[in-house]
Ligand binder design. Structure first.
Ligand code: NIG
Ligand code: FE
Length: 409
C-alpha cells in the first residue's frame, strides 16, 4: 500500500478544530475525539481520528492527553514601546480619567517620548519579554502595531523591531502601521498638518520598505476625526494596504461606518458602537474586535453591543490590546475569560474570537486559526478536560505543548 508522505504525526489528544465548515457540529468546536494531526512543510496535511490515520513511516509524537486547539491569535497589540505608565495607573486609581491624563500631556504622548528615546535593541528586548509571556499562555500568532513614534524614524524603528520579533521567535507576527494614533507634541493644534505627514511621508515610506501588513488609526475626540482618518484610509488603499480602526472606544464618532466603507479587516473596541454602524460592519464583513482588557483597566461601564453583533452575524474576535496605558495585558486567555464574564460571550465564542475570527481580523482566514488540511500547523495542547476550561481558569499554566509550523517549541 502507498505510504502517505507525512513529516511528523502527533496523537494522544482530543481536538477542537474550530473548522469553519463545521461550525454547527459538535457544539461548534469541531470536536474530534482521539485525534491525530500529520504535518509536512509546516502545514497540516491530514487531521482526523487517530484510528483512521493512513499508513505512514513518519516519526510519531504522543502528546499525553488533553485537548488540542489552533494556536491562539492575538489580533490587536501594541507590544513594542519604551517605558511604562504605572504612575498613570496610580493616578487613575485616585480618580483621574484616561482622557484627562491624555489632555495634560500624559497618555500615549508620554510613551511616545520614551519610545523615541529607546534604541532598537532596547525596544526589542522589552517587547520580547512581553511576547514570551503571551506565547507561554498559548499565542502562536500576534499582531503588533506601531503608533508610539508619530514620526517617520520612530514608526520605522518600531515596525522593524516587530518584524525582528517574528524572525527570531517561534511566532507569526503581523505588523500594522498606526501612525494616526495621537497628535505628536510638535504638531500641537495642527492635526491636519500631521495627517499630511502621515499620508505623504510616513505611510508611503513604510509601505515601500514592506514594514506593514495593514494600516490602523484612532478615531476619537482625543485623537482624529472621521475626515482625518478617511484621508489615512485613502492613502492606505492607494498603497494596497488593508485597513483597521480603533473606533467607538470612548465615544461614538461613527468610525466603524467609515471602516465598513473601506472594507476594513476589523473595527476594534466598539463600546459606543451605534446600531447603524453595527449593521454597516455586518454588511462589509468587517470583524468586530472586542478588547475587554482596556474596558476593565479603564473601569468602562458601557458595554459593546454583543447581543446585536451576534444577531447580525458579525464575526467577533477577542484580543489583548497589550499596551502600556489602557491595557497592560500579558495573557490572552485572561481576555477570553473577561470576554465571557464582562461581555457575555460564551466560551465557544471566546475561543472562536482568538482562533478563526482572530485570523480573519488579520487577513489570515485562509491559512490560520483552524485545524484543517492546508492550514498552518500551529496548535496548542492544553492540560484540560473540556474546552470551556480555557476561559474558566484565571491564570495557571495550562499549556502542555505549543507547536508552530509543525514543530513543538
Ligand atoms: O487600544 N485607544 C488607543 N490606543 C490604545 C491605547 C494606547 C495607550 O494608551 O497607550 C488602545 O487602548
Ligand atoms: Fe489598541
Amino acid at each position: 500500500m502507498a505510504q502517505a508522505s507525512f513529516e511528523k504525526v502527533y496523537h494522544g489528544f482530543h481536538a477542537a478544530t474550530m473548522d469553519a465548515t463545521d461550525l454547527t457540529h459538535s457544539n461548534g468546536y469541531g470536536i474530534i475525539e482521539d485525534a491525530a494531526i500529520a504535518v509536512a512543510r509546516g502545514n497540516i496535511v491530514w487531521i482526523g481520528k487517530a484510528i483512521d490515520l493512513p499508513v505512514h513511516s513518519a516519526p510519531t509524537s504522543y502528546l499525553g492527553g488533553g485537548w488540542v486547539t489552533p494556536g491562539l491569535i492575538d489580533c490587536h497589540t501594541h507590544l513594542v514601546f519604551g517605558g511604562d505608565r504605572a504612575t498613570e495607573y496610580e493616578m487613575r486609581l485616585q480618580g483621574a480619567s484616561y482622557e484627562d491624563i491624555a489632555k495634560t500631556g500624559g497618555g500615549i504622548v508620554s510613551t511616545v517620548t520614551d519610545t523615541r528615546k529607546a534604541s532598537e535593541a532596547e525596544l526589542f528586548a522589552s517587547a520580547k519579554k512581553r511576547l514570551r509571556a503571551l506565547m507561554s499562555d498559548g499565542v502562536t500568532c500576534v499582531e503588533v502595531k506601531s503608533g508610539y513614534g508619530l514620526d517617520l524614524v520612530t514608526e520605522t524603528k518600531m515596525l522593524t523591531v516587530a518584524r525582528q520579533l517574528g524572525n527570531e521567535l517561534p511566532v507569526t507576527v503581523r505588523t500594522t502601521c498606526l501612525a494616526a494614533h495621537a497628535l505628536p507634541p510638535e504638531y500641537k493644534e495642527q492635526a491636519d498638518a500631521y495627517i499630511n505627514l502621515v499620508c505623504e511621508r510616513i505611510l508611503p515610506s513604510i509601505a515601500q520598505a514592506g514594514l506593514a501588513d495593514a494600516v490602523d488609526g484612532f478615531c476619537e475626540g482625543i485623537a482624529f476625526s472621521v475626515e482625518q482618518i478617511e484621508r489615512v484610509f485613502q492613502t492606505a488603499q492607494a498603497l494596497g494596504l488593508p485597513v483597521k480602526l480603533h473606533a467607538e472606544q470612548l465615544s461614538d464618532l461613527g468610525g466603524s461606518g467609515l471602516a465598513a466603507k473601506y472594507n476594513a479587516l476589523s473595527s476594534d473596541h466598539l463600546e459606543y458602537l451605534s446600531d447603524a454602524d453595527a449593521v454597516a460592519i455586518a454588511k462589509a464583513g468587517t470583524v468586530a474586535v472586542i478588547l475587554p482588557g482596556a474596558f476593565f483597566c479603564l473601569k468602562e461601564t458601557k458595554l459593546p453591543p454583543i447581543a446585536r453583533l451576534r444577531e447580525l452575524g458579525v464575526a467577533m474576535a477577542v484580543a489583548s490590546d497589550a499596551n502600556p496605558g489602557s491595557a497592560p495585558v500579558l495573557s490572552l486567555r485572561l481576555m477570553m475569560s473577561m470576554a465571557c464574564t464582562l461581555f457575555g460571550l460564551t466560551p465557544l465564542e471566546a475561543l472562536q474570537g482568538v482562533t478563526i475570527h482572530g485570523a480573519k481580523a488579520l487577513g489570515l482566514g485562509d491559512s490560520h486559526g483552524q485545524l484543517k488540511q492546508g492550514f498552518a500547523a500551529d496548535f496548542v495542547c492544553w492540560d484540560i478536560n473540556k474546552p470551556a476550561e480555557l476561559c474558566y481558569w484565571l491564570g495557571g499554566q495550562l499549556v502542555k505543548h505549543r507547536a508552530v509550523a509543525g514543530e513543538i517549541t
